[in-house]
Design a protein around this ligand. Structure first.
Ligand SMILES: *Cc1c(COP(=O)(O)O)cnc(C)c1O
Length: 367
């Protein structure tokens, strides 16, 4: 709060509320330094950021993407008049499987839109080779991947563009907000025009832009939060470790592998409720809710089950079996820097309890 007030005063006194204000410029600079990227443009949110990136890169026709994502990834394609082509995920990383993406390349495909799901880096090497080989644009939905890096540096340096989200539920937040990181100055210029109605100079527009600008109040929230992100990450890392210790021995409950040659942001803590667990994923979700513990079934229902997409040929469950299975198993436990040890113990106890005291009738029957 003490950090936020001076920014508010500055906005009040400058009477500059939006349109590339001083705080907006400062946040862009600070984020470029923090995320180790050369070109970054703030947007009003990541959904509009994805649309600006797709537009800036002149993507047309069909785009290969993952079904295991938040619906915004695929909605952004549709808003740009593009057809999603779903390819299955690698069940170990939950990210687009490069082999399945390769098999999905076909007539009309001009781009790939993978997601660094839960902050786990995609196989950027193989996806990059695939895109280059077929002359496809490569845009990463990096909504979960704020401040994630691999052995070579920021995860955001891969592909033609990456889009980060600063929504209130993400690890770094401007309430609503996002950013596009571009590989070239040309893409960055186009993104900048696209987010501002397509204006070139003051009055002409040379493309169909929209309003995707981030306002000064949002930029102020970002600037006030930046000094805290290292401490918050360390706190989430400690929570991650405690969950792993607390849940390690549970039969039928599997976890994501820990970061190996990359640095994660511990944005989420998904668990996977397998057949060997005492109760089903939905029963565990309900039990936690009854104990006033807010767990989330990300991403269930799968995007390919939504009415908007289920009639696409690539949306059938048999085409995306790994994503289908994971959607039925996944549950994200509470994970945020404000979670206390006591609160976390309550979560762990509730999961352990659910595992050991399942009434026989609720045990999952063998298929
Ligand atoms: C949150 C999210 C988005 C959308 O971000 P907004 O900033 O809310 O528009 C897109 N993709 C994924 C994977 C997300 O989790």
């Amino acid at each position: 709060m003490e950090e936020f007030l001076p920014y508010l005063r500055e906005i009040w006194e400058s009477r500059m509320l939006t349109n590339n204000g001083a705080l907006h410029a400062r946040l862009e600079q600070a984020l470029k330094a923090r995320l180790m990227v050369e070109r970054l443009q703030l947007t009003a949110n990541a959904t509009l950021g994805l649309m600006c990136a797709l537009r800036a890169l002149q993507v047309s026709g069909r785009v290969i993407t993952t079904p295991f994502t938040f619906v915004a990834t695929v909605h952004a394609l549709r808003w740009c008049g593009l057809e999603p082509v779903f390819a299955d995920i690698d069940p170990d990383t939950l990210n687009l499987d490069p082999d399945r993406a390769a098999a999905a390349v076909g007539p009309g495909v001009t781009a790939i839109l993978p997601v660094h799901c839960f902050g786990t880096p995609c196989d950027t090497t193989r996806l990059g080779l695939l895109a280059r080989h077929h002359g496809l644009k490569l845009i990463y939905d990096a909504a979960h991947a704020f401040d994630v890096s691999d052995a070579g540096g920021s995860i955001l340096r891969h592909g033609d563009a990456s889009v980060v989200s600063f929504h209130a539920t993400k690890v770094f937040s401007t309430s609503e907000g996002g950013a596009v990181v571009s590989a070239t100055a040309d893409t960055a210029d186009r993104v900048a025009r696209c987010r501002n109605f397509g204006f070139t100079a003051d009055i002409d527009t040379d493309e169909l832009g929209l309003n995707a600008k981030l306002g000064e109040l949002n930029a102020a929230l970002g600037l006030a939060q930046l000094p805290h992100i290292d401490a918050q990450r360390r706190r989430r890392q400690a929570i991650d470790r405690r969950y792993r210790e607390g849940l390690a021995s549970l039969e039928g409950l599997s976890l994501l592998p820990e970061p190996a040659n990359w640095r994660g942001n511990h944005a989420y803590f998904p668990v996977f409720v397998k057949d060997g667990f005492a109760i089903t994923r939905d029963q565990l979700h309900a039990k936690l809710r009854a104990a006033h513990i807010d767990s989330r079934r990300y991403f269930y229902p799968l995007v390919t089950w939504h009415s908007e997409y289920r009639s696409l040929p690539s949306a059938s469950a048999s085409h995306v079996p790994a994503a289908t299975r994971v959607a039925n198993e996944v549950l994200c436990l509470p994970m945020h820097a404000g979670l206390t040890d006591d609160e976390q113990d309550r979560v762990i106890d509730a999961v352990l309890n659910a595992a050991s005291h399942a009434p026989a009738a609720s045990r999952r029957m063998p298929a």
